[in-house]
Design a binder for this molecule. Structure first.
Ligand code: PMP
Length: 330
């Protein structure tokens, strides 16, 4: 018999898939690391598992304890799944702009979701930052992973994502590309790949135009999960050799092309990372091997990047932008 003891045992060891249509005319091999194949559907399963296990080992999280985190997205799903396995409660605090579908995903795993107003500054007592801090103090046995400052976030990538990519490419990877949110992925994976290759692997960050990593001020953008208006502790400024800024329009165009032309239904930050990888690949040769990490799947964005009306409302869809639109019967 071949089976896993629990779904959490499926975290990591995601495959590399070659990009074909999008790389036409380019010389390097471009491989996508497909993180939506993690059991919770995103790269964040990796950090959830490691942060929880480290907290257990440090005595911060005890049997029957409660995980409290301000998150509405992928990290929440990963934490909720790991908590279910290990018998912890979860309380997630999210702003009211978060869609009901996303809240329902967290509730489906048994988590409690506390909704806070978006239209208040972070220091306001009702802001989702303040509420999560208050809940940690009020709930007996509560622990807050704090993915933006927890060293186990980059460490999870140093110990899993990095070694997997090195092994899967037989040490032939020359460039690693990833979007930057908390910075955990690029810092941990990038550091491992640099160490193991004696500095030969180049690390390239992809960032939404307007975010701090590419020199912006935090001006708003629409791609989710990446870019910041502050510098998180989990981002190691010594790792990336280059940061490539990508517009929302290009990110979304490539996201749709990944589904249409490669069969990869993925989120907007994946299109952003692939846009950066393609720009990089234009300058590289036939011996180069580029690995680009795709953080999550596209099903959470059906009302946005895959919705023609939503795209048009921001001026992203022009009739000749990708040849076909999602609504077309082909
Ligand atoms: N894309 C998505 C969809 C994400 O949820 C995240 C995590 N915030 C990232 C990219 C960026 O990963 P990291 O936080 O490791 O920089």
């Amino acid at each position: 018999m071949e089976y896993y003891e629990h779904v959490v045992d499926l975290v990591g060891n995601t495959p590399l898939v070659k990009l074909n249509a999008l790389t036409e005319g380019l010389q390097p091999l471009v491989l996508a690391k497909v993180e939506y194949l993690n059991p919770g559907g995103s790269v964040k399963d990796r950090i959830a598992l490691r942060m929880v296990e480290a907290a257990e080992a440090a005595g911060l999280l005890k049997p029957g304890g409660t995980i409290v985190e301000p998150t509405s997205g992928n990290t929440g799903v990963g934490l909720a799944m790991v908590a279910q396995r290990k018998g912890y409660q979860c309380v997630f605090v999210c702003p009211d702009k978060v869609s009901e579908d996303k809240r329902n995903v967290l509730k489906a795993y048994g988590a409690r979701v506390v909704v806070c107003p978006t239209a208040v500054p972070p220091e306001h007592p009702d802001s989702y930052y303040s509420v999560s801090d208050r809940l940690v103090k009020e709930i007996d046995g509560a622990w807050k992973p704090n993915q933006y400052a927890n060293p186990e976030n980059p460490a999870s990538h140093y110990h899993s994502t990095g070694p997997e990519i090195w092994r899967q490419t037989d040490g032939r990877i020359t460039h690693f590309v990833a979007g930057v949110g908390t910075g955990g992925t690029i810092s941990g994976t990038g550091r491992y790949l640099k160490e193991v290759s004696d500095g030969k692997v180049a690390v390239v960050g992809a960032d939404p135009e307007g975010s701090v990593y590419s020199g912006g001020t935090g001006r708003p953008y629409l791609v989710e999960g990446v870019g910041e208006d502050f510098w998180p502790e989990t981002y190691d400024r010594g790792v990336a050799d280059e940061i490539i800024a990508v517009s929302d329009a290009e990110s979304f165009d490539i996201t749709r092309r990944l589904a249409l032309e490669e069969g990869l239904l993925v989120g907007g930050s994946c299109g952003m990372a692939v846009a950066a990888a393609l720009r990089l690949a234009q300058r590289l040769g036939p011996d180069d091997v580029v690995v680009v990490l795709l953080p999550d799947g596209g099903r959470g964005y059906l009302g946005k990047v895959f919705n023609d009306q939503w795209m048009s409302s921001f001026g992203f869809l022009s009739p000749d932008s990708s040849g076909a639109t999602v609504g077309d019967v082909l």
